[in-house]
Design a binder for this molecule. Structure first.
Ligand code: 5AD
Ligand code: SF4
Length: 473
């Protein structure tokens, strides 16, 4: 594999391979799952323009970096990568080969034409809502598209080739909603991804159907505010996320459903009920809380308090007693005191998360919190991050250890390190490996957890039919 990382899973048809020397593309994604999804859709566009994928960036006539702007470090990584690609581009030019370099994603949206001033090797800058305009940009070989277009890219992106659909694998991500109207004071997403918009249910269900026919079994419906989903229903009304999950559960081949990422304000009654009623919905919910201090939550403009969050956790647990929660936290938000931070620790202790991410607050240009006077010093941020991460890691290990001896329906989706081994996920998103026949790939296989490793679980196939319990549904 190239030092630049792995490309989007091979998405070209064998036919393209046979039809002579097509120009080659290499796409690299940073950041969230939506970027991974977008990269797959950009690959569809490039394939439509005659490109085929290469795993070696050195061989690529077209390089697309799909970037993330969520924290400072994420953006910096993009510019250091661009520096390396510039050298590569110069080396290829010496050999008489041209390279088109595209910056897509949230850094493209946030920085626009400025990127080309900082790194002149960049030819094309395209924001997340304009990927359907890539063909004309590629033909012109340069340009900047960061306006929010009036049309939806989903209506104009080319269909995926059968090979590209197969390449999405057993466990597939499907964007159902994009953008955000919440304007948390730390977050760039409302500026980079734009206003909240939901895809029509029929389009999403058609995509899920096509993926299922190609072998996908586990589906994660994604959106920056996925539980705010309100797309056109198949009957012309409004479908909410619970309706969409119910319809997705009926699509032949769908074995398990997840959704991410949710805002506490949009955990509506029908969605909570879906956790009790929708048998395919995994008992796992990623519900970022960010802070355990009411004061900080208010200045973050989260529009809920600690009590509101804990009430949602309790209601979801009532609907689905075996549910596991994961979350996101920010430490060192402007004005955060030791007492505020203690309140965050107290919330984490109370909920007992199965896993969670914690981040140091990173001022993002253009967001309200970036200009706050009371920025927290870096040493305090680092100390708080280490303390919170220690607690969250202990909770993760306790959760994992408690699964030893329990049985779960695991969907295996990739080969393991050793021959004869497969890797899959429990309903709780834990990675598990076991000696399983390759024919079990993509099927619900009952596994007993036999051990815990630092980042995964070991399991064995249960041969006798076990009592069907709620947790293996
Ligand atoms: N600084 C640090 N973390 C952030 N996140 C979003 N914006 C920032 C920021 N400015 C975190 C939040 C969010 C996750 C995707 O990234 O916790 O839930
Ligand atoms: Fe990064 Fe957020 Fe953009 Fe995803 S939506 S690429 S996490 S900034």
């Amino acid at each position: 594999m190239s030092k630049f990382g792995s490309p989007v899973a091979a998405a070209t048809d064998g036919a393209a391979e046979a039809s002579g020397p097509a120009p080659r593309m290499f796409i690299k994604s940073f950041g969230c799952q939506m970027n991974v999804y977008d990269s797959q859709r950009m690959a569809d566009v490039a394939i439509g323009e005659g490109y085929r994928e290469t795993e070696r960036i050195e061989d690529a006539d077209l390089v697309i970096l799909n970037t993330c702007h969520i924290r400072e470090r994420a953006s910096e990584k993009v510019f250091s990568e661009l520096g390396k690609i510039r050298e590569l581009k110069e080396a290829r030019a010496t050999a008489g080969l041209s390279t088109t370099l595209v910056v897509a994603g949230c850094v493209a949206q946030a920085e626009g034409a400025e990127i080309r001033r900082r790194q002149p090797a960049v030819d094309i800058v395209v924001g997340p809502q304009s990927y359907h305009r890539l063909p004309s940009l590629l033909r012109a070989e340069r340009g900047v598209e960061t306006e929010f277009p009036p049309e939806s890219k989903f209506d104009h992106l080319p269909p995926s080739t059968p090979a590209a659909v197969r390449a999405r694998g057993v466990s597939a991500f499907v964007t159902v909603q994009e953008g955000c109207d919440k304007f948390c004071s730390f977050c760039v997403v409302p500026y980079t991804r734009g206003a909240e918009a939901s895809r029509p249910a029929a389009d999403i269900l058609a995509e899920i159907g096509a993926l299922a026919r190609a072998g996908a079994r586990e589906f994660t419906l994604i959106g920056q505010n996925v539980n705010a989903y309100h797309g056109r229903s198949e009957s012309g009304g409004v479908a909410r996320l619970a309706d969409l999950l119910a319809a997705a559960a009926r699509v032949p081949g769908v074995l398990r459903l997840r959704y991410s990422t949710s805002h506490p304000l949009d955990m509506s009654e029908d969605l909570i009920r879906a956790h009790a009623e929708n048998e395919k919905l995994a008992p796992h919910l990623h519900l970022p809380v960010q802070s355990g201090s009411d004061r900080i939550l208010a200045v973050m403009n989260r529009r809920h308090g600690v009590r509101g969050y804990l009430e949602i956790v309790a209601r979801v647990r009532e609907a689905r007693p075996d549910i596991a929660f994961s979350s996101d936290f920010i430490v060192g938000f402007p004005g955060e005191t030791d007492a505020d931070f203690e309140a965050t620790l107290a919330l984490a202790r109370e909920v007992e998360f199965a896993s969670a991410y914690a981040f140091k607050y990173s001022p993002r240009p253009g967001t309200p919190a970036a200009d706050a006077a009371a920025q927290v010093d870096i040493a305090t941020k680092e100390r708080r991050l280490a303390t919170l991460q220690q607690l969250l890691e202990a909770q993760r290990q306790a959760f994992n250890s408690a699964t030893v001896g329990r049985r779960f329906a695991v969907i295996f989706d990739k080969p393991g390190r050793r021959p004869g081994q497969l890797i899959g996920r429990t309903p709780y998103m834990q990675s598990v490996h076991a000696d399983v026949d390759a024919s079990r790939m993509g099927e619900l296989t009952e596994i007993e957890i036999t051990g815990v490793k630092p980042n995964s679980l070991a399991g064995r196939v249960v041969t006798q039919p076990a009592r069907r319990s709620r947790e293996v549904a």
